[in-house]
Write a protein that binds this ligand. Structure first.
Ligand SMILES: [Zn+2]
Length: 529
């Protein structure tokens, strides 16, 4: 899903954040559904990686409140803390008193998290009801941050290596979290059930999640590249038939993605899809699904080609994020194109596996019409700036353009598999991915390729200048140093030309050539002069 770049939590590293690195969150939450209250505790195990200034920043957004903070092993003496703004607290303490290079912080919190009214486009908790009037809750916090519901170090560049989630809900309700189920304990006195989930891989903060409702569970398993992958579907009671039919798409999709882009990145945590009271979100190992058990994007085809109606957009897009976004994570929302661009391209990859290259290409070409070219797809790092919404489909078209000019599909897919392997479970910035892609495309393009498509909103224009001597070509509307080959069709013949911003004559184009057109698989325009 999206990153809007409107948030006001500081997205930058700072003095109270840089000296410690989170290793583990253990989260215990009691959900009072009727009163819409959360009461919980978070244990944060962290390593000391710099000199401690004796203070750290914990993010927890109003109206949630921090009610206590203690340091394990220090007689559990309360630490002093104070709210510094609507989003964060400072907690003071001698965090590395024992000199072990690590500390364990225990926090308690309570309150009613902000309600999301347009989830997943805004953030917070969705307090919904199912058709029988029972509570149906879920959280969506990609833009607003996980600190909308629990205290944490709310930055994309510090993922925990593991997470344990314990959710207590009234009897008859199920609470689903990320990862694999660990325990389920019923409390006779309280008439509550505690569901414990364990995540054994690094996870983005905004991906840590809960779903509470009257759920039915359906189990399956997939024999994949790395062995048996447990699959579980949670749908609202009564939706089993529709869910079973729609989720038949999952296994062929996993097979396609594993073959084309590499092994599923989280075998130890399984794969789940959970029906949610909003459209969708890539919650790691527990994908939120709200596409009404129909194909397309809420029944529509974003490409206008018809191909988008042949598969369920939400199943495919949100699952694609397991590779791009969840396993390979952008270090800053400015680089959302890494997460959304590659994931949007997984839709095309899926279409190629199931319906053939021609259909896949018509899907990809169709999506050019929804590119805005309003602002650069890459935002400004450190400023909570995710760039233009073009980080979805324009960035996907940039990847498609790279594929076209590589002229070798096998090599293109080998590159994607290498990418998901090299950067597996890693947090990366934009330049790292640019360098990786440049290594694979050789000197066919210049580094300015990425300046053009990521850091300007401009579409390069291929100018064909006719003179007595023939045709000369060059790029206009392009950044300095932009160099990229293009595929032209001239009277039905394929002509490849490497073009820069300086005019070069093209032997293959003759003055009597009747028609010349630019490949639809390259993100550029053409102009005859
Ligand atoms: Zn997405």
């Amino acid at each position: 899903m999206a990153q809007a770049g409107e948030e006001s939590i500081s997205c930058a590293d700072n003095r109270e954040r840089s000296w410690w690195d989170v290793r583990e969150y253990r989260l215990t939450v009691n959900f009072d559904l009727d009163r819409r209250q959360l009461n919980g505790e978070v244990t944060i195990r962290a390593a000391v990686v710099g000199k401690s200034p004796g203070v750290l920043q914990i993010d927890l957004q109003e109206p949630m409140t921090l009610t206590g903070a203690t340091l394990a092993g220090a007689d559990r003496r309360p630490l002093s803390f104070s709210r510094i703004n609507g989003h964060s607290y400072h907690i003071k303490g001698d965090f590395d008193a024992a000199g072990t290079g690590s500390f364990t912080l225990q926090l308690s919190f309570s309150g009613q998290p902000a309600e999301a009214l347009r989830a997943p486009w805004d953030g917070g908790v969705v307090y919904a009801r199912d058709s029988a009037g029972r509570h149906w809750w879920a959280v969506a916090c990609q833009d607003i941050g996980a600190s909308v519901w629990f205290p944490c170090k709310d930055v994309p560049f510090d993922e925990p290596d593991s997470v344990t989630l314990s959710y207590t809900v009234p009897e008859y309700y199920t609470a689903v979290g990320n990862g694999m189920p660990d325990q389920q304990v019923f409390n006779e006195m309280e008439r509550t059930t505690t569901f414990t989930w364990k995540v054994r891989n690094p996870v983005n903060l905004y991906n840590i999640t809960f779903y509470i409702g009257d759920y039915a569970r359906m189990k399956s398993s997939y024999k994949g590249i790395k062995g048996r992958l447990p699959i579980t579907y949670y749908c609202l009671s009564g939706h089993e038939g529709r869910a079973r039919r729609q989720f038949r798409q999952v296994q062929p999709m996993l097979q396609c993605f594993e073959q084309k882009i590499g092994p599923y990145p989280f075998y130890a945590d399984g794969f789940k899809i959970v029906e949610a009271p909003y459209l969708g979100m890539e919650h790691q190992g527990a994908i939120a699904y709200g596409n009404r058990y129909g194909n397309g994007y809420l029944g529509k085809d974003r490409s206008g080609s018809g191909v988008g109606l042949l598969f369920d957009f939400i199943i495919v897009h949100e699952s694609g994020h397991e590779w791009f976004g969840n396993s390979i994570t952008a270090s800053d929302v400015a680089y959302s194109w890494i997460q959304e661009g590659f994931t949007s391209y997984t839709e095309t990859i899926l279409a190629e596996c199931l319906f053939g290259k021609e259909q896949a290409y018509s899907y990809q070409r169709g999506k050019r019409a929804i590119i805005l070219n309003d602002l650069p797809p890459e935002g400004t790092p450190g400023q909570c700036d995710g760039g233009s919404g073009d980080h979805y489909d324009k960035s996907a078209f940039m990847i498609h353009t790279l594929r076209t000019i590589m002229r070798d599909d096998e090599r293109f897919y080998a590159m994607l598999r290498q990418m998901t392997d090299t950067f597996r479970h890693r947090i990366v910035d934009g330049k790292t991915i640019e360098r990786f892609l440049l290594d694979w495309t050789g000197n066919v393009i210049s580094p300015a390729f990425f300046d053009q498509y990521l850091r300007t909103a401009a579409i390069p224009v291929l100018c064909l200048e006719k003179s007595a001597a023939g045709y000369a070509v060059y790029w206009d509307n392009a950044v300095p140093g932009f160099r990229m080959p293009v595929l032209l069709y001239a009277d039905g013949r394929e002509v490849w030309v490497t073009v820069s911003t300086e005019p070069v004559p093209v032997r293959e184009l003759h003055l009597d050539t009747e028609w010349i057109r630019l490949s639809e698989d390259i993100l550029a325009d053409i102009k005859f002069l």
